[in-house]
Design a protein around this ligand. Sequence first.
Ligand code: NIG
Ligand code: FE
Length: 417
Amino acid sequence: MGLLIKNIKCLVQTEEHPRQRVCGGEMARITNIPDAFLLIEGDRISDYGPMEKCPADPRISGTVADVIDAGGKMVFPSFCDPHTHLVYSGSREQEFSDRIRGLSYEEIAKRGGGILNSAKKLRETSEDGLYEQSMVRVREIISLGTGAVEIKSGYGLNTADELKMLRVIKRIRDNTALEVRATFLGAHAIPAEFRNSREKYIDLVINEMIPEVAEQKLADFIDVFCDEGFFTVEETERILSAGLKYGLRPKIHANELGFSGGVQTGVKYGALSVDHLERSGEQEIAVLSGTGTMPTLLPGSALFLGLPEPQARKMIDSGLPVALASDFNPGSCPSGNMKLIMSLACIRLKMLPEEAINAVTINSAYAMGLSGSHGSIARGKAANVFITKEIPSYGFMPYAFGSNLVETVILKGKRII
Ligand code: NIG
Ligand code: FE
């Protein structure tokens, strides 16, 4: 069965010659087709173009196609969200109040709150319960236009519970239309029981967790929270080296809380992305230049925690690519709304709407190893798109920051919403 979407007011982010990522000044350009059609066969985009080239007979490969008339509405490639922790248990609004009263994220973490608070809740939750709680968030992000998502472990902090999280991620991958990538983040925090013997925990990550995760093929990537108060550069290097032996490419948390050396470490180990970067300057930009490592910015966390804004402008003006992600997690960004992330990038990071669109599609697909198949409207790419409500222009998406403007969701060629 095929699907034809016709009379599209504007087909956004089309690519005749798909690129792996978009850098520097190129980020301010997107290619759109006004008054367009989009043809889907199976789970792939088979054709697109201006309405005058639209197939008159909506029969595709001999079968009658569904036809959607998108008059007045726009079609975007689904958002790709390359950094989330959306598998978690419960929530942490008490810490939200504590921060309003003046405590910092680091102070809350030192008191056993933060990541350790989520680890406690997760360990007490059954695998089925964790799946059900996570699926509420999965359904929400699908309705908000996300079509591909990276999800991390990191609230288990022991072998059994890290594996439990990764199995839940696999279940989401197997049971939903989302494209899912899994990242092992055993080195998210030192668990309370290892407070006085952190090397023992790092040994456990290296000698037990990584081999087990790799053996069970539960992760695509490896992550370390390389930052002040969490994991040092030396510890990060040991863990990344161990992961690389098993083919786990790094995607790391870096420079959120301090100039941690995380960006340099990520580049040194060939990370696909270095994420956060609220604390970064000329040196970090220089080290990223000319590499395959994608700086991935998380403006939702910077907003929620009141952190300095990552220097998106300087990065783009220096010729770097930039990707955006939600960081959906209970501690620093309890939202997976990628349209809101685009708005924050425009309002607070001074990214142009076109730059933000590139950063939530092609570049964010790159940051999870998916830009060959996702992140733009191109023949042969996955048919993951959404149709907006009636809107005046594509720039209205980041502009109207509080409204959900996603009306129809098509994932893997099937209409989900
Ligand atoms: O990306 N920085 C580390 N990890 C998450 C927060 C995790 C949490 O607070 O639960 C982040 O911000
Ligand atoms: Fe994160």
